[in-house]
Design a protein around this ligand. Sequence first.
Ligand code: ADP
Ligand code: MG
Ligand code: ZN
Length: 650
Amino acid sequence: MKDPIRDSFKRTKRIITRPGKKGGGSAPTPPGRGLVNQIILALVIFFILVSVYSFFTGLASDKQKISLSELAHDISQGQVTDVKVSGDNLNIKYLDGSEKVSQKEVNTALTTTLKNYNVSADALNKVKVDVESDTGALYWFASLAPIILPIMFILFFLWFISRQVKGAGMQAFTFGQSKARLTNPNDRNSRVTFKDVAGAKEAKEELREIVDFLKNPKKFLDIGARIPKGILLMGAPGTGKTLLARAVAGEAGVSFFSISGSEFVEMFVGVGASRVRDLFDMAKKAAPAIIFVDEIDAVGRVRGTGVGGGNDEREQTLNQILVELDGFEPNEKVIVMAATNRPDVLDPALLRPGRFDRRVTLDMPDRKDREEILAIHARKKPFAEDVNLNLIAERTPGFSGADLYSLMNEGAILAARENRTTIAQYDLIRSIEKVILGPERRSHILSKKEKELTAYHEAGHALVASVLPYADPVHKITIIARGRALGYVFKLPLEESKLQSKKEFLDDIAVGLGGYVVEKMIYDDISTGPSNDLQVATALARDMVTKYGMSEKLGPIALESAGGKPLFGAGVGEKEYSERVSAEIDAEVSAIMNDAMKKAESIVKDHRKVLDAIAEKLIDVETIEQKEFEELLIAHSIKPKKKKDIEHQK
Ligand code: ADP
Ligand code: MG
Ligand code: ZN
């Protein structure tokens, strides 16, 4: 049953999958109106057929019809000259030349019937009886028509309807077809190359080999090298995985089929798998080609562990991907690339040699990379003289490529909104905060008390951050609401590093509690304001204990995988540690939190005057920049952090 259905998908597919063309050749009529028209047409044809039929069957009906007993009577009277028998129909001719019709009894000879009506043999002999052959075409038609015509009509109608569905409502028959988007290698406009990807040096190096193979496969095959079939791009969201995959296709000048993992999985069982088959078939035809499966974790999760329905479908799809990967001939010039930001949840079967065995990691861009990315997105944008991308890069640690792209875009929007023709440095600086926290909400009016509370809260964060040696120095404090935050302290590390130490974490947690501590101390009450601070700080403390082995009591042990979910293969909700350890973790976390709170409390008590000064200034001007803030600190004999200090301390 399965194959004919698939065949019908195949047939109908051709019209839709051709890349670059929407709809296809046989421009179908809109489904609603077309259907009505066709039904009307079918009905008209039906009525024509019916009237033709009744014309034939009713041919004789213009002659007077008489009963058999009348016929017998007329024959006995000697008035009848001729009786023509065709089937059961009798055509009777009279002496006076008139004609009448009648019907004889079925399966009984006419003479027998007449004899039963007491017609004498003499009288009968005077009548000429003609029996017409039963095999006459008209006879057959007349007798079969009542059965055949309705059947024909029904078949005809069904045929019409099905044609209708195929023509307009094509989707009903095409859900098995792959939804891949094809990027034509010869399309110069949308072509992406390595030049469009900044940073990511190692990744590009690694992928250059693939480009080389796609361009010149013979070189590799001749020497017996096995070319990787699958390449997995891993990296945080927005680090340019999709972009890089496109760039590989652009560099090699091959067809690029892209589809996202979630598009494979749809409601109908078996469809994901058939899409995979389709996609690979298409790519093989277009070889050399790259198939790009974006967000493969949507289908490639560890099998048999998910919760909820739809897993069979996912597993079938995954299995089909594995089958296709295995089924590649070594000289088939199709390479599968996949991207994910959750490599930890992928099924191990996907990662074994011969499948996605090449793994390319994309890191968050460092400062130099950020500057390059900014430069790429600065192309074609008019900038004022004062723009310094280096400075923007410095102020955006933790920004991904996508964030930087949106920063540049926001800058341009700001400039355009203020009717300027060039983008200024100030636009870009404002955009940094907008990207981080959402747009400013100047219209959000704080009551006098709210404003004071927010000022003290933020001042608390800023003060603790300035006093603790391992916390990042404060760049800016504001109590202008932005996004969901009522105010915030903008901190920047003195230098970027990939590693963070336990001391830094502990100071960060204390800074996070700065606002909470101040509210508690000054108002002897706690608002809902610090709830997010508490969440962030608690999560950090928990990670210290369960992931980084930074707890004295539990020692060097990773109780949770990097993704925060239980380690590989473990079922949902299954913990890998006992209840006792679980209790110890909780105890450790709350110990860290309490220590941090004490630290913050003592700082706030010791520097109460500075706190008041910061808060008052905030209430007054609402935003304090780094320079003013440092002056304020110096005035209260706190030394602002400088680069060399921290190096000294380390
Ligand atoms: P991902 O797929 O990793 O989530 P994308 O490739 O979709 O991220 O990146 C989104 C956008 O961010 C890209 O279209 C591009 O404009 C920008 N971008 C990301 N990384 C880079 C980079 N290294 N160089 C230039 N632009 C980048
Ligand atoms: Mg992507
Ligand atoms: Zn806060």
